[in-house]
Ligand binder design. Sequence first.
Ligand code: PEP
Ligand code: MG
Length: 619
Amino acid sequence: MTDQKEQRLQGLGVSTGIAIGPASVQEAHIPKVEKYTIDPTACDDTRQHLMRAVTATRKTLLALKKKSTLLYPSLLNSGIGREITLLLDAHLHMLDDGSRLMRLMEHHITGKLMNASWATFEAIEHIASQFQAMKDPYLSARAEDVRELGMRLLRHIDATSTATSPASTHETPMPQQYPHGHILLAQDFTPADTVLLDPLHVLAIATESGGRESHTAIMARALGIPAVLGVYQLTTSIGNGDQIVLDGDNGLIITRPNAHTIKHYHSKRSQEKQQREHLATLKKRPACTTDQQHIHLLANIELPRECAHVDAHGAEGIGLVRSEFLYMNRDDLPDEEEQYHFYKDIVCSIGDRPVTIRTLDVGGEKLATSMGDMLSDKGENPALGLRAIRFALKHPHIFRVQLAAILRAFAQRAHHNSTGEKAQPYTGQCRILLPMISCAQEIIQARAIIDEVAQDLTRRHIPLPRPMPSIGIMIETPSAAVAADTLAPLCDFFSIGTNDLTMYTLAIDRGNEEVAHLYTPLHPAVLRLIHQSAQAAHKHQLSLVVCGEIAGDPFYAGLLIGLGVKELSMNPTAVPRVKQRILHTDSRQAKQLADKALKALNDTEIIQLLEKFHHPDRP
Ligand code: PEP
Ligand code: MG
């Protein structure tokens, strides 16, 4: 190590922690995708070739599942253990007979006469690109899961093209083949590779590809393995055995670190260890401010399987189910029965804690193929078009099916708790949340439909939830915020969607990179709308949740509390850090901060106020 040669590579810090040690560069195996048109008489052979690869992939996935059980026996019932199993199960389901992927691959072979690897590649890319186009970062990152499965299939197609039995030589090395005590570097680490890493033996991971919301990132966080993704030229700049420092907090890889850097990181690492141990002790502790205001921390989820994260990170319930996921990436609409099971899985796994299901928020850039021609990105401004509640009211037959399924699922929870083995009083709140409300009439119409659906269920002798769910609205359009006082008597709660509220207030597309630098929820206009909504909620004694991304950032917690917010709903992994911040916040000082922020000129002034609030002793 010499002082002159230290070099810093910047990436995305997706899992916190420091690692100092030798690098181990992993070789990538990228399967080749041959593309050619087959003779119609070769369809059967090609399908059989594909089926051999499917069978081999299933075997590999089952073997991985078994290995993960052996590797993490103590974690099997924990959030991590469940996450590993759920991920591998999701891959297995995609290979079930009649699944969308299987149908598409079949169609490409028999309908378009593609060879096996081409048909697979096209089908995988079609499904993955639909996920990728979703604005929600979690859903968009699911494209990576689909592509990972595609890679496995392609490797097996490669391996079975000349042999009748699958070869296993192209598979990812098993965890015990990774060198112990190293920082693993690769072009890419798939989520399934990541779940099989043993945190006791692997110091950290870094890759050239991957994003903050990818499953690889989620798994690294869940396993507590420091990780930096998206590092340009990582594997070509560092050699096997090179000593490096990986800083997961700041997304840095430091090659040939000098003595001063190593000393600095050793001390940082021991501070972080203490910090992690401290955060873990907070799991069961309520998030109370220093003056004993309880702030409820809830989770945002899209899928039933994410319920594992809710418990693992100590969220008090679910503040937002983005139900639109159920309608995407499929050709048919989910029927009442399918939706009922989807919601029931969520509701029952959360026990008697609060669950908020938002009715479908499709439209704008959230397109759902199952809606066919009913939904399109017609018009110059789809975000201002037929979206969310507007779509639901225009197509009440779709809305009714969803509402019937939600009411049945909520009724099931009451039933589940009162007749289950461990009978306990039903105390949870069931909430239905209406998205993108912009006027009173939409709430009145939606409530009327909910009443009709409830009467219909009674006619069908299906039990209703008792009590009936609370009905709330998303405050995510400026009109809803400005008129919150008049909308409040029509609702039971407000949920502020700061992602869209910022977009619609500032007239800045939340997905447009060219204006991304102007997008800030700290614009005084956005804060004033949050404040106005909070005042209306308090006046009418409604509960008030913030469920946009700012709810999961500890930096904003004091400001939101000061603005009068008592419930924050966020990505479940964000709960411990937000909780820690709240435990050190005085709500009266937070109120003073909010008063000043409401009078500020711009977001720069508000950031300064927040910095001062967090570090009062800094000059
Ligand atoms: C929001 O707009 O803040 C919100 C939570 O809804 P979504 O991100 O799903 O549009
Ligand atoms: Mg929204």
